[in-house]
Design a protein around this ligand. Structure first.
Ligand code: 5CA
Length: 439
């Protein structure tokens, strides 16, 4: 994308309405704009980040055999009356009436709808397990939407739902999902710590939250620092084998981690002092096992091995995709701006032309840009170098390729790494290879 023609409105000043860093930086870097309270438009750069996150989430869901579908945002009230949650959900649910006086709602979550669809399709226990997911907008009429997309009213969520024949199989599904989550967050470049959690209005008895550490987080957290050092991507787990899943889960849960609601001083005391980590965290994911709560209340069964009706055991598994954009920024920024992990960055690199109109600079920049125009941002604006550097740091591109007249004569560009601040002078092709845009 050429910056001179793009819709990437950066702001020099801090917007007055933004109280936390991620909200300020998301507005200043031109990622989002508020359209009404707690509701945001995603501008081109913001949408790129949102998509990159969702794609990694999808890849790890698919890797454990979850199947993607897409359910609508509007749901019939009838579905929610069957589970008993239509009244129970309260004022957070946005209720809508259509021209035929039918009651609809904007989905805050999808347990009812997915259970109903499952019941229409799956007839026998032999077809289990099934894990279904979608990535879709949700709406919760929060009393106090705040901190930008961190606590919005409309937000983007991946929600998955598992259906199993019995409790043990449901626990396997839960553990597979736990692994998928750990791998997802690691690939996203954030440390999200799994913690035993309360189940709240979703219900159920087994639940973990995933929290990203940040001083602005809403929950107090206590955990064993060893959890931050684990490499879940190379954890040897055979996801089709119960014993292997159990071994992984035992190892993971052997490290102490709890939010202030569940904190246990006696267990905490057993964590070696030098490994104790205390702070605040942002909830970016939440997984639940709740058994037959919905299949029974909605009367959805399949035929069991003995021919009698069997009510599948369920779990539901959420990731706050739009909240993650903010959480990643909270965890990865400096005074100059955002520092995107490479896997989620809107652009792999920005090309900074220090002298627009200089034949050699222009030629080199065009050549660099042509290598991957979809993934590179070319700052071709007739601005001062200082403005370009400041915007590049603010937007947080992992790499800056700086092209000035002196280097251009020798076919050399400067490469700056946003994360480490390291600079090196390189041949054009070497620089392209370094930013992952080489031939
Ligand atoms: N049905 C279950 C799991 S699919 C569920 O809805 N879980 S949840 O309520 O915990 O939401 C899942 C994730 O969505 C949360 O962990 C959080 O990251 C995100 N989320 C929840 N509310 C908001 C909100 N108001 N703004 C932004 N993200 C939110």
């Amino acid at each position: 994308m050429r910056l001179s023609r793009s819709f990437l409105p950066t702001l020099k000043e801090n917007p007055a309405e933004a109280q936390i860093t991620s909200h300020r930086l998301m507005l200043r870097a031109g990622l989002i704009r508020q359209t009404s309270a707690g509701i945001y438009a995603w501008l081109p750069a913001g949408l790129r980040v949102l998509r990159n996150i969702a794609d990694i989430v999808r890849a790890e869901q698919n890797a454990i055999g979850a199947q993607e579908m897409l359910m609508p945002t509007l749901q019939s009230s009838e579905l929610w009356k069957r589970s008993g949650r239509y009244d129970a959900y309260g004022p957070e649910m946005l209720r809508i009436r259509d021209r035929h006086e039918r009651d609809l709602l904007y989905g805050p979550t999808n347990e009812e709808m997915v259970t109903d669809l499952f019941g229409q399709v799956v007839k026998s226990y032999r077809e289990l397990p099934q894990v279904l997911y979608h990535v879709q907008w949700k709406f919760r009429d929060e009393v106090r939407p705040r901190f930008g997309v961190m606590r919005g009213r409309e937000f983007y969520m991946k929600d998955a739902y598992s259906f199993d024949a019995d409790y043990d199989a449901a626990v396997d599904s839960y553990r597979r999902m736990m692994l998928a989550y750990l791998r997802t967050f690691q690939r996203l470049g954030v440390k999200a710590i799994p913690m035993v959690a309360d189940t709240g209005p979703i219900g159920g008895e087994l639940s973990h939250e995933f929290l990203v550490l940040a001083p602005t987080g809403e929950s107090g957290v206590f955990f064993d620092g060893a959890l931050e050092e684990q490499d879940w991507l190379s954890e040897p787990v055979d996801i089709s084998d119960r014993t292997s899943l159990e071994k992984f889960f035992r190892r993971m849960t052997s490290f102490y981690a709890a939010t202030d609601e569940k904190h246990d001083e006696a267990q905490w005391a057993k964590v070696p002092v030098e490994r104790r980590r205390e702070g605040r965290g942002i909830e970016v994911g939440h997984i639940f096992h709740f058994g037959r709560k919905y299949t029974e209340s909605m009367d959805i069964s399949v035929s069991g091995p003995d021919g009698a009706p069997l009510f599948p055991e369920m779990g539901s598994y959420g990731i706050g995709v739009s909240r993650l954009v903010a959480a990643i920024i909270e965890a990865s920024h400096d005074d100059q701006g955002i520092i995107w992990p490479e896997t989620v960055a809107p652009f792999a690199a920005v090309i900074i032309n220090l002298k627009n109109g200089d034949a050699q600079c222009d030629e080199i920049c065009e050549r660099l840009y042509a290598a991957a125009p979809d993934r590179l941002l070319y700052d071709d604006r007739p601005e001062r170098a200082g403005v370009k550097f400041a915007d590049a740091d603010l937007m947080g591109h992992p790499w800056q390729v700086i092209v000035g007249p002196r280097g251009a004569k020798a076919g050399i560009v400067e490469l700056k790494n946003r994360h480490t601040g390291e600079r090196s002078e390189l041949d054009i092709d070497v620089a392209l290879a370094r930013i992952g845009a080489g031939a």
